[in-house]
Design a protein around this ligand. Sequence first.
Ligand code: FEO
Length: 403
Amino acid sequence: MKDVFKAVRISDSVYWVGAIDWAIRDFHGYATTRGTTYNAYIVYADKITLIDTVKKPFMEEFLSRIRSVVEPEKIDYIISNHAELDHSGALPEIIKQVKPEKVFASNTGAEILGQHFHWDVDVERVKTGDTIDLGNMHLQILETRMLHWPESMFSYLVEEKILFSQDAFGMHLATGKRFTDEVEPGIVRYESAKYFANILMPYSRLITRLIDQVRKMNLDIRITAHTHGPIWRGDFGDIITWYSEWAQQKFHPKAVLVYDTMWGSTARMADAVADGITETGVEAKQMPLSGCHRSDVATQILEAEALVVGSPTLNNMLFPTVADVMSYLKGLKPRGLVAGAFSSYGWSGESLKQITEYFEAMKLEIAGEVGTKYVPNEAALLECSKLGKIIGKKVLEGVDEKV
Ligand code: FEO
């Protein structure tokens, strides 16, 4: 496979040697509708260094790209910035082939790698402030605990001003282009937002702190070499501004309506709620779960102020698609949303209570709920519209606090 896949030079001494996963459509519950890449890098320093690896099935493509730059056995160091298996899956095999002088990871990284691979590799543990000496170049270490795993860390190549940021600032996007400025900007923004919403939203407060920390370090960053999708070069201010706004939940006058329906009644109620919201000037983004994936719902919520949920009752429970999305959203911990619920049911009507329990657990501000038996009449639809207006007004009241 030596001559099949080629490395891509991204700076004087750094090569991308990752793999492109064009076919993946489900990434542990996240709909990767545009595929993804697993980015790994060779730093061609005095000590030739490999930064991260790829998902195990992509070992051949990965090795082929490495061989186009250097014989694998000449690699001196391997650095694991993130132990999740999409970046460490090929690590045991590559260590076997390379026999590196040293493997580096954070303290927790070394433990997690041991728990993944049950191996006897002696991992050298590094921490924030440490510098790995590559001879003519140097890598500075910055631990980024819980972004998004407890062991995660960045490494910064001082001489070429490259930040290896593992998952942070990445996106699930399979493309033959290696830089974001070669891809349609709207796609880059949407996939970056989707990545933030589905992977990083629970750690928003840590993101704000990290951005402050990186700013204080005054690092001159020329390339941000993350681990998924095209990478950032030159002025990558856009992604820092976006991350900062998403983490701080910049105000957007939008409500997301998530619902499913059995015989069309809950869907009619959704239309009426949406109409009430729209009357106040707030955007009502309807997301019927028959056609919307949980990870796209999360993406819309990233730039919204209200979450309105509708579900029929099926066998005393939430409709399965609604239960799925509520469980998922609860884990992502969106903050500061106005919430409302609506439901058409036949006899017992437990779904409203179950939606409200989710809202309470998520600490959302509950604006109200509307329930009706079977097909909603005009009075029930007017109640829905009224609920929509209340939600819209509450959203607008939040402007002063959030702008
Ligand atoms: Fe791309 Fe957290 O792994």
